[in-house]
Design a protein around this ligand. Structure first.
Ligand code: BGC
Length: 749
């Protein structure tokens, strides 16, 4: 039965039973037409059992409906960078399903574009494809702060900076929801590691919560009106985040006015009473730990146990009513009960967005006059490295996508440069299991990963023959493009879990794996023109190989058109414009989360570095790193001038000029940071407060304007328990990275 008929039947039922209730018609528009009368009317007609049906799962990716009232189930899907392959009702992949989808560059690649409008385009692709596959909620974006480079899910997240994270997420959420599909911002909150993720207690100060870990969630609630949020597995300061009295009830729902639905992560509800009282609206995934092969949905915390608790009077039914109201509202806002027309899947338009995000998200970090490769004669290029032929879409955990296609680096290079250059390839190394690189301190997760499973799935060994073959072709080549870095996981393992950029497990360190460091050393011995291209959700240790290569590109996981975009950058068809959304220090030990705080902790993890996360720490302590936050090279040069400030009531208006002083057209990202002169408490030396990406032809100058609200200058005062603006001097700094800010001016507030 389609949605329209569902409504006619509902209308008929209501008329037949002769009550004076308002009819339930399909909503034509989002939020504006939500009628609380209709919601109340439906609520009145429900038994307690029916209400409870709505607040927990009815299959692996649906929450319950009420057929008697023609209320359908809600259908959900991961997310965050493509609509996940089809599950059906059980917790296993549905064979032969029609689920090929657009595989977008992952979250960290999107954030590296620093292009807000691409966030919107990206969200539109996801929303449209989710709608086409009849999904009402897409489980993304992932907006947890990148606290340590070892977090296995950093590739899904956006940045170490709350402002950049928030700004990229706004477009994403709007783009998804324009299609009538709810975005589900995740994972709320302080879920900054995978090790022991189901139980670890994150000990975080109020100030760090408000200044670092909460702002992106606040922004998607207040500036993008997100319809759902996913509660995380971990505890925060002693209570599970999915049912947290302070974080969910007081902050999210009360202070911020979130009127959407808080969905649990899959099996993150741990207690019936707390889930009832402290804000969980829909419980998902509990069967994964309770009864994996024989799901007992009535046994969910928010099913029969909740019924007993309410019937005994221990918890009032009104708490369930609040959840039901929120769920009905989400249904009316979204495709569950509103006709938004048809979605589209695998269109050229969607693939173009995937390409554009990759073009702007891949980052050029080092270039000693070697890129772009341009030669009048036919030269030989040796492409070396396993990652040049590897496809990434289908691994990494819940974010896996059945990509319609995926252009590898080698395919991209052949496509873009195959007729002008002689391209030769050698694999150089292959992934193999190394116990030292495998985190053993992880508590078992839903997928029940065991070290032995991974060993069996990945039994290859370091291969000296591959090294020899690679060196032989490198010797004869004019250029070597080495393509290596991280992978999501090993072949044959169900979730592709185990190493390295993967759900449910963190990295052990940032050392290059599978003998790649030795391989690069050998290649640089026989060829002076080695260009290193690395994939992965983080950097690797660079000190031993970076000085020896002529260029370094970080490609993250650049999606289905990643190989095309990479080749376009290598051969100068595209001028690179990606900027680091995280700091690239050499070792994980350099990061404040490891040096001052803890990672991954044990039963608890103490965020002792407090607000000094990422560049906030490196800048304040004047520590040099190989590549700072906000950094990324272009094939042209930009100059900055003419900084002016003025006041418009309480707003500060900042303008400056940017000129493309080089020979190639391209994008540049202007980044605006502030510094407070004498804060009452220790404050980072710089904080990002705005940015703007702009396109400039050679010799073109543009004036860029920023408006800073008073909020931009505030800090969270723990004694007063609120954001405060201190009377002080504030310096505004503008440039194109956190360590290059040539324009400066000081204002008094
Ligand atoms: C992940 C979520 C995901 C969910 C459903 C969980 O294990 O943490 O991000 O959306 O599974 O697949």
């Amino acid at each position: 039965m389609n949605k329209l008929s569902v409504f006619f039947v509902l209308l008929l039922c209501i008329t037949i039973i002769g009550c004076n209730r308002t009819s339930i018609e399909p909503q034509k528009k989002i939020s504006k037409e939500i009628s609380s009368e209709k919601i109340e009317d439906l609520l009145q007609q429900m038994t307690l059992k029916e209400k409870l049906t709505l607040i927990h799962a009815s299959s692996s990716f649906t929450s319950g409906g009420i057929p008697r009232l023609n209320i359908p189930e809600i259908s959900m899907s991961d997310g965050p960078h493509g609509v996940r392959y089809e599950h059906g009702r059980a917790w296993s992949r549905l064979e032969n399903a029609d689920d090929k989808a657009t595989y977008l560059p992952t979250g960290i690649t999107l954030a590296s574009t620093w292009n807000k409008s691409l966030g919107l385009q990206y969200g539109r692709v996801l929303g449209s494809e989710a709608k086409e596959r009849n999904k009402n909620i897409i489980l993304g974006p992932g907006i947890n702060i990148i606290r340590s480079p070892l977090n296995g899910r950093n590739f899904e997240y956006l940045s170490e900076d709350p402002y950049l994270t928030a700004q990229m997420a706004i477009g994403y959420v709007n783009g998804v929801q324009e299609n009538g599909v709810a975005a589900c911002a995740k994972h709320f909150v302080a879920n900054n590691q995978e090790t022991n993720r189901s139980n670890v207690d994150a000990l975080v100060s109020k100030r760090a919560l408000h200044e670092i870990y909460l702002p992106a969630f606040k922004t998607v609630v207040q500036d993008a009106n997100v319809w759902s949020i996913m509660g995380s597995y971990n505890k925060v300061n002693g209570q599970f985040a999915t049912h947290h009295e302070y974080l969910v009830n007081s902050i999210l729902k009360n202070d911020w006015g979130f009127d959407g639905v808080l969905i649990s992560d899959w099996a993150s509800v741990k207690d019936t009473k707390e889930a009832l009282l402290y804000g969980t609206d829909i419980e998902m995934g509990t069967e994964l730990v309770k009864s994996f092969n024989n799901p007992d949905y009535d046994g969910f915390y928010l099913a029969d146990p909740a019924e007993k608790m309410i019937e005994s009077g221990e918890v009032p039914e009104s708490v369930v009513d609040d959840k039901v109201r929120r769920i009905l509202k989400l249904m009316m806002r979204s495709t569950v009960l509103t006709d938004y027309g048809k979605g589209e899947r695998n269109t050229e338009e969607h693939q173009k967005t995937a390409l554009q995000v990759a073009q702007e998200g891949i980052i050029l970090l080092k270039n000693e006059q070697i890129l772009p490769i341009k030669s009048a004669e036919k030269k030989t290029i040796a492409v070396i490295g396993h990652n040049a032929i590897r496809k990434f879409a289908s691994r990494g955990g819940s974010s896996q996508v059945n990509a319609l296609y995926e252009v590898s680096a080698l395919e991209g290079i052949q496509k873009i440069a195959g007729d002008k250059y002689e391209i030769v390839f050698s694999e150089g190394y292959e992934p193999y299991f190394d116990e030292n690189n495998f985190r053993k301190d992880n508590v078992q997760t839903a997928a029940q990963t065991k070290v032995n499973d991974v060993k069996v799935a990945a039994s290859k060994k370091s291969n000296q023959k591959l090294v020899k073959d690679a060196v032989a072709i490198a010797k004869k080549a004019d250029y070597v493009i080495f393509v290596g870095g991280w992978i999501h996981g090993f072949e044959g393992y169900p979730w592709g879990e185990g190493t390295f950029d993967s759900e449910a497990r963190d990295k052990v360190n940032l050392k290059l794996t599978f003998g790649q460091e030795e391989l690069i050393q050998e290649l640089t011995k026989v060829n002076k023109n080695v260009i290193s291209v690395l994939y992965g959700g983080s950097q690797v240790e660079m000190n031993n190989w970076l000085p020896k290569v002529k260029a370094y590109i970080h490609a993250w996981y650049p999606g289905m058109e990643g190989g095309t975009a990479l080749a376009q950058i290598l051969f100068g068809e595209v001028n690179p414009s990606g900027k680091l959304p995280v700091t690239f220090a050499n070792s994980h030990n350099d990061y404040p989360s490891h040096k001052i705080g803890e990672f991954p902790g044990n039963a608890s993890v103490d965020y002792k570095e407090d607000i000094f996360v990422g560049y906030r720490y490196f800048a304040t302590e004047n520590i040099n790193v190989p590549f700072s936050f906000g950094f990324g090279l272009s094939y042209t040069n930009f100059t900055f001038s003419n900084l002016k400030t003025s006041k418009d009531k309480t707003d500060i208006i900042v303008t400056c000029d940017i000129t493309n002083s080089g020979k190639m057209a391209g994008y540049e990202v202007l980044q605006l940071y502030i510094n407070q002169k004498n804060p009452s408490v220790k404050r980072p030396k710089i904080e990002l407060k705005d940015f703007e990406k702009t396109w400039l032809e050679p010799n073109q100058t543009k004036t860029i304007s920023f408006t800073l609200k008073e909020d931009a200058f505030k800090l969270f005062n723990e004694d007063l328990n609120k954001w405060t603006l201190e009377n002080d001097d504030y310096t505004i700094l503008i440039g194109n990275s956190s360590t290059f800010t040539p324009l400066k001016t000081t204002i008094k507030l």
